[in-house]
Design a protein around this ligand. Structure first.
Ligand SMILES: C=C(OP(=O)(O)O)C(=O)O
Length: 632
């Protein structure tokens, strides 16, 4: 086991440990040292590190006390004369770090410095590259019983192996940092790929970088570095040995942000490659499928001339076309229709289906498939998912009267000119267009409503907006966003329809990409909105689960809070933060517990809203409804 804790931080996990190395960049000034601690905290570092030298012990002296050295050593010694902090000042810096709540680490450059740090209650010790080949200092540092971080710059592999063997024999937990000890280090000398070799030698590796910029250090993280050390300075132009190889605070912040992004991007849920939820959405829209090249009547044996490949990607993928050849069509397939898995089986399709469920249920439909569904099921409701194009169609040709006790219409998310519905938009003109669009949805709902004479309610589900592109809006803005939404609603003539805003997940997908949601997301806010504004909600359980997952909330508690305020449910499971709409039982929701709660609220209705449920004549919806029937 190579991982260990530094001050409670588990090294070796998904999160990278970021060390802001002050080294001597304080230039001997206690005030500057404190400012660098503040800058490191501000930049998001996990730890701030210093260097401690006992100059008498560290450097040799001739018998006469002189220190005549080569030019290079003399230059370094002269610089160090100017930039050291006294031991008392180091103690003050250590106390300042404790006060500010950031881990303090230090590199002792000699044995008396190890002794001094023994009194500092350090969480770990760093061994500089210059001491990797110094088993005496390594042994002395290990004697404190703390974990060690060792840099491997300026050394040869046999020296690294020797240090590893020494520490293993001592039983000291340690990490090894790949490093090139030039300040700044030329890119071509860094040999970042050596990280892979280092990882073979020892499982826990990191990178101590002295190059310019942040790209190479980010690359080190991509190659497996679990610790990263970079110098921090307030001004790269200052005099001192390390400033030129340091990052200024803004750059350090960019480095930390980049590392945190990589932490999200690097984990791989193998084996194999899985398409993400966002990709699946895009695959549906952009991908290709097998479709009928002409009308195929039931029983006709299919051959290549009857099939072709076209977009979108909602049917069988192109590489499965050969499986259909020689099979008799199990149904009448119209030219342009997708072919599905069910077209590969001999089983009769399109039989009627019935579900025995304790609350009112329905399925999502588009105008063009409504009559198909109506032939196969007798649900309590249909939920029409409208696109903005549908709003310019007359619904009459697509519909027939039904005896449903409820009508639900899902407003389009996207309108002309790629504009999302946003009743809380910053731009008043944009908001006005959203209001007008919502009014068009109301008008369409009234027309569809004529086919639902027995409906007790004509509900309009809407994702009402309040999202942002690059980052969440400040918390303090939420009240204003809600106010804008309510003001917008006052301008719509609902004419006997009822708007039920849908709760959203923290990162909704728009145009196949991720956004940040700011309102109608947190359970307590949703409940307060419903109470204070006499609103009923469309509660999307998959969104709710993702919200609870992201913010560490209890899903069942949130459900209990929101069911009394809900008119209608979208029922699907969710996995993690982005696995939206997965089939029940394949995600994170405890369904038996959720279903017991839902059954206590007979006023709600629901549709299964599982991802791609409509495909293959609603195969996903039927599985979802059967799953719930078994729970009921
Ligand atoms: C010089 C140091 O380390 P590195 O060799 O990683 O630059 C140090 O920790 O003081």
């Amino acid at each position: 086991m190579t991982s260990f804790l530094i001050d409670g931080f588990p090294l070796g996990g998904d999160r990278v440990y970021v060390i802001a190395e002050v080294g001597n960049n304080h230039n001997g000034s206690l005030a500057l040292a404190r400012r660098l601690v503040d800058a490191a905290i501000e930049a998001g570092a996990d730890c701030v590190k210093f260097q401690l030298r006992n100059r008498d012990a560290l450097y040799r002296r001739k018998a006469d006390g002189s220190r005549a050295e080569d030019l290079g050593v003399e230059y370094i010694q002269d610089l160090l004369d100017k930039v050291e902090l006294s031991l008392d000042e180091h103690r003050e810096v250590r106390a300042y770090c404790a006060q500010k709540g950031i881990t303090y680490l230090c590199t002792p450059w000699d044995e008396p410095s190890v002794d001094a740090l023994a009194g500092f209650d350090v969480a770990a010790l760093k061994i500089a590259s210059a001491d990797l080949c110094n088993p005496y200092l390594i042994a002395k540092a290990a004697s404190l019983g703390k974990p060690l971080i060792l840099s491997t710059g300026m050394s040869f592999e046999h020296e690294i192996v020797r240090a590893i063997e020494q520490l293993k024999a001592l039983g000291t937990p340690f990490a090894l940092l790949h490093c090139n000890s030039a300040y700044p280090a030329p890119e071509a000398d860094i040999q970042l790929g050596y990280l892979r070799r280092l990882q073979e030698l020892h499982g826990l590796i990191g990178y101590s970088g002295h190059e310019r910029g942040i790209a190479i250090t980010l690359g080190a993280v991509a190659l497996g570095a679990k610790l990263v050390e970079r110098h921090i300075t307030l001004d790269r132009g200052m005099e001192g040995p390390d400033h030129l190889a340091s990052l200024e605070p803004g750059e350090f912040r960019q480095l930390v942000d980049g590392i945190r992004q990589l932490e999200l991007a690097l984990p791989w849920q193998g084996p194999g490659r899985h398409a993400s939820q966002g990709e699946l959405l895009n695959r549906e829209n952009l991908g290709k499928s097998v479709i009928a090249a002409r009308d195929i009547t039931r029983g006709t044996v299919m051959d290549a001339s009857m099939l072709r490949i076209a977009s979108p990607g909602q049917g069988l993928p192109p590489y499965r076309l050969p499986e259909l050849l020689g099979k008799p069509a199990g149904r009448d397939i119209a030219q342009g229709d997708f072919l599905f898995d069910s077209d590969l089986s001999e089983q009769a399709q399109e039989q009627r289906l019935a579900f025995d469920l304790p609350i009112r249920w329905g399925v999502p439909v588009r105008y063009h498939d409504f009559l198909d569904y109506r032939r196969r099921i007798s649900p309590d409701l249909f939920e029409f998912h409208l696109s903005y194009r549908d709003l310019s169609l007359k619904p009459q040709p697509f519909l027939a009267a039904v005896e449903c006790s409820r009508l639900v219409v899902h407003a389009p998310e996207l309108f002309e000119n790629s504009e999302l519905l946003d009743l809380a938009a910053d731009d008043p003109a944009y908001r006005q267009r959203s209001i007008d669009n919502l009014q068009r949805v109301v008008d369409a709902t009234l027309e569809i409503g004529e086919f639902f004479p027995d409906a007790d309610a004509r509900l309009i589900v809407a994702n009402i907006g309040g999202f942002s592109a690059d980052e969440p809006r400040p918390l303090a803005m939420r009240a204003e966003l809600y106010d804008r939404f309510h003001e917008a609603c006052r301008q719509v003539d609902f004419a006997g329809t009822e708007l039920i805003p849908q709760n959203m997940a923290p990162f909704p997908w728009h145009f196949g990409g991720q956004r940040h949601q700011n309102i109608f997301m947190m359970p307590d806010e949703l409940a307060a909105q419903a109470r204070e504004h006499d609103l009923r909600l469309c509660l999307d359980l998959s969104h709710l689960q993702m919200t609870c997952f992201h913010f560490g909330l209890d899903f069942q508690q949130a459900l209990a809070l929101l069911l009394p305020h809900s008119a209608h449910l979208h029922v699907a499971d969710a996995k993690g933060i982005n696995g939206e709409g997965v089939l029940m039982g394949t995600g994170d929701i405890d369904w038996p517990a959720a279903w017991v709660q839902i059954k206590r609220h007979p006023h709600v209705s629901f549709i299964p809203e599982v991802w791609q449920g409509h495909k293959d004549h609603g195969a996903g919806f039927w599985s979802a409804l059967q799953f719930l029937t078994r729970l009921a």
